[in-house]
Design a protein around this ligand. Structure first.
Ligand code: NAP
Ligand code: MG
Length: 401
């Protein structure tokens, strides 16, 4: 067959450890034989980030803004131990954090479902996508240990000096020691989050749910609720009606109860902390972190696809000892298929869209036919299931493809 031609390049962000090994294997086995792949390559491997003083991460995010679609391999976020292991100049920031800050994006996480690996929650039939607001709240809070009795106040001093806008509230009159915390958020960040969610719902033709605790938090959470309502009414209502999808707001505790009873198949937008907690719950209940995909969507429609898991360090050390590992490449394959599909849609290349569909179908059918990696082997209810190494599993997919 003639290879499928591309127009615009994909931004390719290479990464670290075991996922870097899988990255090359996936390209060689599943993509390069079929697609005349055009990418602009950025090596975000920790060594190269260190050599470039992390400029490469910023450049890759800027290229993503320019071209519109990126695919990213998992990367190490260095801690003190990594600084030593890689003799780093400094403890560089999380690449994902840097990229997210530049693209002003929202992260959507969705599980890959296969027959025979059932979610722990019986009623879930379709993937449940979690959208997490990735700015502010408890992650950028200010905290205090209160040592003794006293008064805690919160004050706001307007920069323009207008006394009418000055505010002061007594938070609490302490009779003895305790703790305190102040949080903030921004209208601009909340409306960006809302836009990214509505846009992604339209894109994927799924209902959107949003939940806060506005009955208790009458200014803070209420603002989130009102901004979502406003953005929806003004910019998205007509589009939703046309696609036959709905926007649904409810209290966080009611949302939790409804999610558990639901069939899945919708997007659940969560505030920062709720999204942190719920995305781990949903990932676990769907079976495996290795089957969780992740896409960063910016409010102006830029997409960066990746796996939700990390660089699978433990497997990488086994690989370095010369052992063939059984690391699950599914989420990374789906990052590639997601990016190729989006590129195909934007450039009007139907063949590329179809290839992405076929790649996903072949991967899922390979597992459903009983060939899988060790993590799934442990939980799958599939007759005659076999546990394969990563390389054997990729070959099995290629054969089906
Ligand atoms: P991890 O790489 O996600 O792996 C944690 C464990 O989950 C693995 O040891 C493995 O369990 C299992 N696992 C995850 N992905 C798997 C896969 N594809 N196939 C099979 N098993 C899989 O998390 P981590 O070990 O905490 O972090 C390692 C590095 O990744 C860190 O340096 C961290 O900074 C980085 N990280 C990067 C990203 C990102 O780039 N988006 C996200 C998270 C973490 P078993 O050992 O039991 O087999
Ligand atoms: Mg978490």
């Amino acid at each position: 067959m003639a290879k499928i031609q591309m127009k615009t390049p994909l931004v390719e962000m290479d990464g670290d450890e075991m996922t870097r090994i899988l990255w090359k294997q996936i390209k060689d086995t599943l993509i390069l034989p079929f697609v005349d792949l055009k990418t602009e390559y950025y090596d975000l491997g920790l060594k190269h980030r260190d050599e470039t003083d992390d400029k490469i991460t910023v450049e890759s995010a800027e290229a993503t803004k320019k071209y519109g679609v990126a695919v990213k391999c998992a990367t190490i976020t260095p801690n003190a131990q990594r600084v030593e292991e890689y003799s780093l100049k400094k403890q560089w920031k999380s690449p994902n954090g840097t990229i997210r800050a530049i693209l002003d994006g929202t992260v959507f996480r969705a599980p890959i479902m296969v027959k025979g690996v059932s979610p722990t929650v019986r009623t879930w039939k379709k993937p449940l996508t979690i959208a997490r607001h990735a700015y502010g709240d408890i992650y950028k809070d200010v905290e205090m240990n209160i040592p003794c009795a006293g008064t805690l106040k919160m004050t706001f001093e307007p920069s323009d000096g207008d006394a009418a806008k000055r505010q002061e509230e007594v938070v609490f009159e302490y009779k003895g020691p305790g703790v305190a915390m102040a949080m903030h958020n921004l209208e601009k960040s909340i409306s960006s989050f809302a836009r990214a969610c509505f846009k992604y719902a339209l894109d994927t033709k799924q209902d959107l749910w949003f939940s806060t605790k506005d009955t208790i938090s009458k200014k803070y959470d209420q603002t989130f609720k009102l901004i979502f309502e406003d953005v929806f009414e003004k910019e998205f209502k007509a589009g939703f009606e046309k696609e036959g999808i709905t926007y649904f707001y409810t209290l966080i505790d009611d949302a939790v109860a409804r999610v558990i009873r639901s069939e899945g198949g919708f997007i659940w937008a969560c505030k920062n902390y709720d999204g942190d907690v719920m995305s781990d719950m949903v990932a676990t209940a769907f079976g495996s972190l290795a089957m969780m995909t992740s896409v960063l969507v910016s409010p102006d429609g830029v997409y960066e696809y990746e796996a939700a898991h990390g660089t699978v360090t433990r497997h990488y050390y086994q690989h370095l000892e010369g052992k063939a590992t059984s690391t699950n490449p599914m989420a990374t394959i789906f990052a590639w298929s997601g990016a190729l599909r989006k590129r195909g849609e934007l450039d009007g290349i139907d063949e590329l869209v179809k290839f992405a569909d076929k790649l996903e179908k072949a991967s899922i059918e390979t597992i459903e036919s009983g060939q899988m990696t060790k993590d799934l082997y442990a939980i799958a209810e599939i007759p005659n299931k076999k546990s394969l190494t990563s390389a054997e599993f990729l070959d099995a997919i290629a054969k089906k493809l």
